[in-house]
Design a protein around this ligand. Structure first.
Ligand code: ADP
Length: 396
């Protein structure tokens, strides 16, 4: 079966078409500036990329264009849209939906009801789905939710120590994000160590970062919370801070809730501390050139990642494997080295030579000889995970 995976953002729509018999990506691309003007970039393996600026008034128009390219006699990869057996939609937030599900009216109504706790990702993901359903009404549409990996967490891990009524009234709890990525790399790590019941810590470190602890294939804790702004400091998000700092900043700086939210989400993290950039590469270059705050930014990032890893080892009473993934996790060797230094008490020790010189873009084991914890770099593949879930539900 061929499966289309769609990931709709506020003004963008990413797509990948998989042939599930071979696992091959037949085509993938990106629609940008939806609702503003519009641009599409369409890629096929071994062929020249195609790119065009064209009006995309909404997500429905974007998906119509995607389908016309996928079936185009020259640029296409299928003879007709009928060859596409199902569509998988990525949802960053599925509230308390516990697993990937066929998107029927009931699921859609629930997703619409939780837009208030997911104002950034919810509306575009829903309009991406509606647009796609209108264009492809006869195939199965599946929702894959980043949050559902965490449905296995116990209340002690997801209830905040706030008045309990706030959870009951407003559903304020830890949800966790990036679940599809953590689920994918965790499953790969279990295969690599030959133990599906293992205790695994997965570090998804990108522009947004989260760390997840999994035992026996089930997530037990994760660093992101009610929103994706908790845990590790990120490109522009602060991650975990003393919550009382927030009203204090509002008072001292005279900020509204929307303004302080912007400060915490868009002006903090690596950008806020360094004053240089939200991108690790720029921060490394500045630190190398002697910028003290850039060097401090890296120290803060390393310190916080270490703290979370340590707390999860304590929570799980051990760890069998540690995994690094996403933009920073897969590419920033120095950060991996610094995080894994001085962790031999926990059994974590990496081979610094392999870590520094091993190939990129593929699975790399960086465990030092004799270390009791296996450490890996595993490229994430959320889209393939979405395609697998979609296939399973479409062929049930
Ligand atoms: P997103 O969360 O937006 O998907 P990514 O996973 O692409 O983000 O991660 C972006 C981060 O990854 C940036 O901080 C960037 O510096 C880092 N990164 C990406 N590629 C490299 C690279 N080749 N070397 C070092 N860092 C990289």
């Amino acid at each position: 079966m061929k499966i289309l995976v769609v990931n709709a953002g506020s003004s963008s729509l990413k797509y990948q078409l998989f042939d599930m018999e071979t696992g091959e990506v037949l085509a993938k691309g990106l629609c940008e500036r939806i609702g503003i003007d519009g641009k599409i970039t369409h890629k096929r393996p071994g062929k020249e990329d195609y790119s065009k600026e064209t009006e995309l008034k909404d997500h429905k128009a974007a998906i119509e264009l995607v389908l016309s390219l996928l079936t185009d006699p020259e640029l296409g990869v299928v003879a007709s849209a009928d060859e596409i057996g199902a569509v998988g939609h990525r949802f960053a937030h599925g509230g308390e939906i516990r697993q990937s599900s066929i998107l029927d009216d009931e699921k859609l109504a629930y997703l619409e009801s939780i837009v208030e706790i997911n104002p950034l990702h919810g509306p575009p993901a829903i309009s991406g789905f509606k647009g796609c359903k209108a264009v492809m009404p006869d195939v199965v549409h599946v929702g894959v939710f980043d949050t559902s990996y965490y449905s296995s967490m116990e209340e002690k891990a997801f209830i905040y120590p706030l008045p309990y009524e706030l959870y009951e009234k407003h559903k304020i709890r830890r949800y966790g994000f990036h679940g599809t990525s953590h689920r994918f790399v965790c499953a790969e790590a279990c295969k690599l160590i030959g133990n599906k019941d293992a205790k695994i810590i997965t570090c998804h470190l990108g522009n947004g970062s989260s760390i997840t602890a999994t035992v026996n294939g089930k997530a037990v804790d994760t660093s992101m919370g009610f929103t994706p702004n908790d845990g590790v400091p990120m490109g522009t998000r602060c991650g975990a801070i003393d919550p009382t700092v927030v009203p204090y900043i509002m008072k001292k700086e005279g900020l509204t809730p929307a303004e302080v939210e912007k400060l915490l989400n868009s002006k903090s993290g690596l950008l806020g501390v360094s004053g240089v950039s939200s991108d690790c590469r720029d921060i490394d270059a500045a630190a190398e050139a002697g910028n003290r705050r850039a060097a401090l930014t890296n120290e803060i990032l390393t310190h916080n990642i270490k703290k979370i890893i340590g707390s999860y080892v304590a929570e799980m009473n051990g760890v069998d494997a540690l995994v690094f993934t996403a933009g920073i996790g897969e590419n920033n060797k120095t950060l991996r080295q610094n995080v894994c230094r001085d962790m031999s008490y926990l059994g974590i020790k990496i081979d610094e030579e392999i870590n520094m010189n091993g190939p990129r873009g593929e699975i790399l084991e960086i465990t030092a000889p004799g270390a009791s914890v296996r450490t890996f770099v595993i490229p994430t593949n959320e889209e393939y995970m979405i395609a697998l879930d979609t296939l399973a539900l479409a062929t049930k």
